[in-house]
Design a protein around this ligand. Structure first.
Ligand code: URP
Ligand code: ZN
Ligand code: ZN
Length: 477
């Protein structure tokens, strides 16, 4: 299909320009600049367009034409906390598409005492034929041992060059420092990237137990028990381990100014340290965890922090100490899942829904809020994750030869976030009633329009597995 997107303003991380975009099949084949936002094409460009013979024209007058966003941290169907993250690859990726996200990178899990390959094969089966946007995988290493270390190389060769390890969740995912260092050394040999969940899990468990035994059983105490200093300590520790191994490291879901200080210090001394934060840490706070058991809607790890942390995180994004906003999308229904933790906050499944709302929230809080430019917004939600995770320039930009993952974005449309209208398969929204400025009008994935006029119009199972390149970009930047 040959599609012309005309009269819009193309916004990438590099700049803005009035331009028409031509798509042929799955790729962008031309970006034709116009002399100005209200100006028509030159005669020569107009003639080229006629020759192109578009079969469909999308009018983007007054709109931005942006690269499809990339959510580098999702958990569809994750078995966790005695239940499953509710969104399947089908429902979660459809919700992502509504929100302008055309690529997700989800986490395949190595089952305890089994191989990495078994985990990857399981997640491949969950996604294949179900996801409606393109998807890649990171690999969660639950069991670092000589076998799984060797296996890492074969996983990288299959286009899965990133591995998540944890200093949290003792008995479930936690790896000790020696195992983390071994995995880092291996990533130095195979070109992979280590992603760290950095919180001191054993220390958190002590405080959580103290609070529980003192009768503090509400979800609020989940937030209170997971001290920011435990995040900062673990963040510094894993960064130091990565320095010892001479490899880059990527800190996932960074939530606090204390942890950010560690990342900034590391970057200032020349470490190849990268970090993401998530919408929940920019827009929600410990205050949301009050109100009795309602607070369970906001239980995630690391937890929501006191409000004062939010502006520091925005500053981290402005100054590039934080490079990415991903969601850590991991939704559990309030009724039937979160309520596993009634009477004991330690049993509330950890995770929040967000895959549909990230792009608009960061636009609203960042661009409309006057904190970042539209170009920086694109960088944070699309281009940087593409570069860091080996997808650039196939994804993350509007350029000739790139996949035609394109969003026609209305920066002026008001949208009210609500569980009544969202497409995520979860019975509540953390942002219920919040009005955001900016919304996706048309969403295209590899040249196929998948969302238009508020409807999903794409084919079932349109998404494809993305074999990602080795983490060369983080080694050189
Ligand atoms: O609360 C969270 N973050 N749930 C998902 C699992 C993880 O640690 O990313
Ligand atoms: Zn995590
Ligand atoms: Zn996560």
């Amino acid at each position: 299909m040959r599609i012309l997107i005309r009269n819009g303003t193309v916004v990438t991380s590099e700049g803005k320009q009035a331009a028409d975009v031509l798509v042929d099949g799955e790729r962008i084949v031309a970006v034709i600049a116009r002399p100005g936002p209200d100006a028509g094409l030159t005669d020569q460009a107009a003639a080229a367009l006629v020759a192109f013979g578009a079969e469909e024209t999308i009018d983007a007058t007054g709109k931005w034409v942006i690269p499809g966003a990339i959510d580098a941290h999702t958990h569809m169907e994750l078995p966790f906390g005695g239940t499953y993250a509710k969104d399947t690859f089908e429902s979660g990726s459809r919700a992502a598409a509504f929100g302008g996200t055309t690529t997700i990178v989800d986490f395949a899990v190595q089952p305890k005492e089994r191989s990495l390959q078994e985990g990857l094969d399981t997640w491949m089966k969950k996604a294949e034929g179900n996801a409606v946007v393109d998807y890649g995988f990171h690999m969660i290493m639950s069991d670092v041992n000589p076998e799984s270390l060797k296996e890492m190389d074969r996983i990288v060769d299959q286009g899965v060059p990133s591995f998540k390890l944890f200093t949290a969740y003792p008995g479930v995912f936690l790896s000790d420092d020696g195992r983390i260092l071994r995995a880092m050394q291996q990533s130095g040999k195979n070109g992979g990237l280590i992603l760290m969940h950095a919180e001191n899990g054993p220390a958190i468990d002590v405080i959580a137990e103290d609070n529980f035994l003192a009768g503090k059983t509400d979800p609020y105490y989940h937030g209170v028990s997971r001290y920011a200093v435990f995040e900062a300590e673990a963040t510094n520790r894993v960064i130091r381990l990565s320095e010892a191994a001479g490899v880059p490291v990527y800190i996932v879901h960074l939530s606090s100014r204390d942890a950010l200080d560690q990342v900034r210090a590391a970057r200032d001394r020349g470490s190849k340290t990268f970090a993401e934060t998530c919408p929940q840490y920019l827009f929600l706070s410990l205050d949301d965890m009050g109100n009795g058991f309602e607070g369970a809607k906001f239980v995630c790890s690391p937890p929501l922090r006191p409000k004062e942390h939010q502006e520091d995180l925005w500053n981290g994004l402005i100054k590039d100490d934080l490079q990415v906003v991903a969601t850590d999308h991991c939704p559990f229904d309030f009724h039937g899942q979160k309520d596993l933790g009634i009477g004991d906050f330690r049993k509330v499944p950890n995770g929040l829904p967000a895959v549909e709302d990230r792009v608009d929230l960061v636009h609203d809080g960042g661009v409309v809020g006057g904190r970042i430019t539209p170009e920086r917004w694109i960088e944070i939600v699309s281009t940087a994750p593409a570069k860091i995770f080996g997808l650039y320039p196939r994804k993350g930009t509007i350029a000739v030869g790139s996949d035609a993952d394109i969003v026609v974005y209305d920066p002026n449309r008001d949208r009210t976030i609500s569980a009544k209208t969202h497409h995520m398969d979860v019975d509540y929204s953390c942002y219920e009633g919040r009005v955001v400025k900016g919304a996706s009008d048309v969403v295209m994935s590899r040249g196929t329009v998948i969302v238009k006029d508020g409807e999903f119009v794409g084919p079932r199972g349109h998404g494809r597995f993305l074999r990602r390149d080795r983490a060369d970009w983080v080694r050189k930047n």
